[in-house]
Design a protein around this ligand. Sequence first.
Ligand code: FAD
Ligand code: GLY
Length: 382
Amino acid sequence: MLHQDKGSDVAVIGAGVIGLSIAWRLAQRGLSVTVFDRGRAGEGASHAAAGMLAACAEIEPSEERLLNLNRASQALWPDFAAEVEAASGETVDLRQEGTLNIALTADEAARLKQHLVLQEKLQLPVSWLSATDVRRREPALAPGLVGGIVSPEDHQVDNRKLARALKIAATAAGVRLVEETAVTALAVGNGRVTGIETAAGLYSAGTVVLAAGAWSRGLDGLPAEARPPVRPVKGQLIALGMDPAAPLLNHVVWAPGVYMVPRRDGRLILGATVEEKGFDQAITAGGLLSLLHAGWRALPAIEELPVIETWVGHRPGSRDDAPVLGPGPVEGLVYATGHHRNGILLTPITAKVISDLIVEGLLDPVAEPFRLSRFTSAPVAA
Ligand code: FAD
Ligand code: GLY
């Protein structure tokens, strides 16, 4: 079993929401934890995301196992948000208006009703709304819309505020955060982790948590069978500026080709492209055009709004689009990566199952399907 004795160090590679939340939970339980980031904390995918907690709206065929994990994390969110806010003194803007997924043509409505069949088969709390009922909830949506699905349990959080709050909560709990310091290699001896190497030297640790997001595969020192099959999946986004006193939307809205996420400060986030282009950073005319056109079809009044920001992020996508959680073939190395489209949603459950694993030596059954061993035939250190 992994079972980390109090007093021996845990090193976490990556200070995104995943690494920070795990470190925070471990420090709360008395462990000595150091988090390393090659840049500034919270500036990877955790900064780029849209912050939707959309276990029901984003469900896709063949993701039933992931749904259990997503729903378990969704249920933790209200208490988790309150706890992070209390520990940090910062708000994370958890908004609980729910999500609408709308159709603008009869064809789109037929496709959406197929999606509803899947959601109902999985007994998700969703229902069909007439066009009138959709527009009663969101009057600025296109007058010709045909109908939509309401997901009353799919909420949103401001992921940038979340990362900032987690950083404060973690350091207040005693976590040492080492920024601008890349981990250059994992140190392994006799099949077990001994620490990590950084530009500043070797750091000894009995347990290392790999939470380096889309970069998790590239770490030197990882034996081939211990490399998580995680790749960057590029996404472009745009933020438009609404009047916060008279926002165009209050719900998160999905329409064909776009999702729109209204923030309390008036930002309206339009996302996101899904591109297999490695770590490409380019903001392209085609990417912005597709988001703006799809957004304008659904919410015509956006044409008056100023563009506040455009940006790119890289989702840590695994081979089956689900996270990699728990132990692997190198004793003492724990995986918390590959969260792909759902890393903000999955933050509370990941922090819980990984800290439980390190402190108690047991992987929660909800995380069992997500071990690295599902991709390999290598023996797994328990
Ligand atoms: P990151 O936030 O990327 O953090 C990894 C950190 O590791 C980085 O800070 C990086 O600098 C550091 N690092 C990397 N290599 C090293 C090294 N060698 N040494 C030291 N540090 C290193 N999820 C949702 O739930 N809802 C959404 O609405 C949503 N929308 C998204 C939209 C887009 C466009 C994108 C890109 C992602 C979205 N996601 C969403 C997914 C979510 O953002 C990610 O799954 C989540 O942020 C992953 O968190 P992380 O901490 O693993 O990775
Ligand atoms: N979950 C939204 C995205 O990945 O774009």
